[in-house]
Design a protein around this ligand. Structure first.
Ligand SMILES: [Zn+2]
Length: 385
């Protein structure tokens, strides 16, 4: 029994847990101060294979600020690695579980230099932590498809070996060929009946044109509701009426938009997208890797960063940031057994806060993280061997 719990809707109950599931919400038996219970946090975009967490500090080596500069820098860091991706990725999984994330979507680098090495590392991590977290894997062509010949066949093989979705990367900005990049990706997704999650950093009207091409292919491939675009900076760099028209097209195609609250790039207009029926969700993106020195995998902090970058101030805006790292991300990931309800899993993150807005603004310490009624972490520290 969890006494006097405040639920996300603001109601207070004693929560009865039986056999790892929520058995009943009862009137509070006492007036003692209780905790606020959130459902597990969901990281809709992480890179488990890229992180250098647990290694001595690795200075960023990118020569410039372009995506291509960072890809080059990462190749150098990767070659100099002394610890396996499996080990550093496992360090990250433990850290995010301790902060309350129990579901995530990880992109995994695949190119003609790496082959499926990183996929195998993340498949091993998924197996090792299968009782703690759900890990969805995106086969991600970090070096492009055309710039890295042979990658399309590797993506196909990655899905055959257990990747859940196909990824993509700036069809024009990286490969310089919209159809040459998108057609193989949609063909692989259709052939295997899986979804797609593409990185799209390209801004301005060029970025919008690529989104419309993605929407068109989503419709004709019958992939409505199974496609996401990560970053989508372009939506924040064009006039509002163009962003709104694009939002209508994205909503019709059931395309979701992921934002991590980027430091310098333009933000997609989250409330506008939501108002036009587009699902928006959050993710950490890079955590302590060759791309970014920042990040810790704490999704409440991520919600705060998203809100900070989006200039959110009102409670209903902070609530949108909260939903992006919980319910909305759960819908995008297609998590069937998620949410605080009778019969639902006794999976909770307990914090000290009165409202969701306060939880996002203060990102309080996680008092405990429960999975199926079992304590996984206490005060931000994993309670497992
Ligand atoms: Zn990413």
């Amino acid at each position: 029994m969890i006494r006097n719990a405040t639920l996300p809707d603001g109601s207070r109950h004693d929560v009865e847990i039986r056999d790892g599931r929520i058995a009943a919400f009862l009137p509070p038996a006492t007036n003692e101060p209780g905790v606020m219970l959130l459902p597990p946090l969901v990281d809709g975009h992480i890179h488990l294979d890229k992180t250098l967490l647990g290694l001595p500090w690795v200075p960023n080596q990118a020569a410039g600020n372009a995506v291509a500069d960072r890809i080059e820098a990462e190749r150098k860091v990767r070659a100099a690695r002394t610890v396996s991706e499996e080990e550093t990725g496992a360090n990250l999984v433990k850290q995010v579980v301790a902060s309350g994330t129990l579901h995530m979507r990880s992109h995994v680098d695949i190119d003609n230099q790496l082959g499926l090495r990183n996929l195998h590392a993340v498949l091993a991590i998924r197996e090792r932590f299968r009782d703690l977290v759900t890990i969805q894997i995106v086969a991600f062509p970090q070096s492009g498809l055309l710039r890295s010949p042979g990658t399309a066949a590797l993506l196909d093989e990655a899905v055959a070996q257990g990747a859940d979705l196909v990824g993509g990367l700036d069809p024009v900005g990286i490969d310089g060929d919209l159809a040459g990049h998108l057609d193989p990706i949609f063909a692989i997704a259709s052939r295997h009946g899986v979804g797609i999650d593409l990185h799209l950093h390209d801004g301005g009207e060029g970025g919008i044109a690529q989104m419309l091409a993605i929407a068109e292919r989503t419709r004709t491939s019958g992939l409505k509701g199974k496609v996401a675009i990560s970053h989508a900076f372009a939506l924040g760099s064009v006039p509002t009426d163009l962003a709104a028209r694009t939002a209508d097209t994205l909503a019709e195609a059931g395309i979701a938009i992921m934002s991590h609250g980027p430091g310098a790039a333009t933000m997609p207009p989250l409330p506008l997208l939501r108002a036009h029926g587009v699902e928006v969700f959050g993710g950490s993106d890079n955590i302590r890797d060759a791309w970014s020195p920042f990040g810790n995998g704490d999704m409440l902090e991520r919600a705060m960063l998203i809100g900070y970058r989006a200039n959110f101030r009102h409670d209903h805006e902070l609530r949108l940031a909260y939903e992006m790292v919980t319910e909305a991300a759960a819908r995008v990931l297609g998590l069937a057994d998620y949410g605080i309800r009778i019969g639902g899993p006794a999976d909770f993150v307990a914090i000290e806060a009165e409202t969701l807005a306060e939880a996002v603004a203060a990102r309080p310490r996680r008092k405990w993280v429960l999975k199926a009624g079992r304590v996984l972490a206490r005060d931000g520290v994993l309670a497992l061997p």
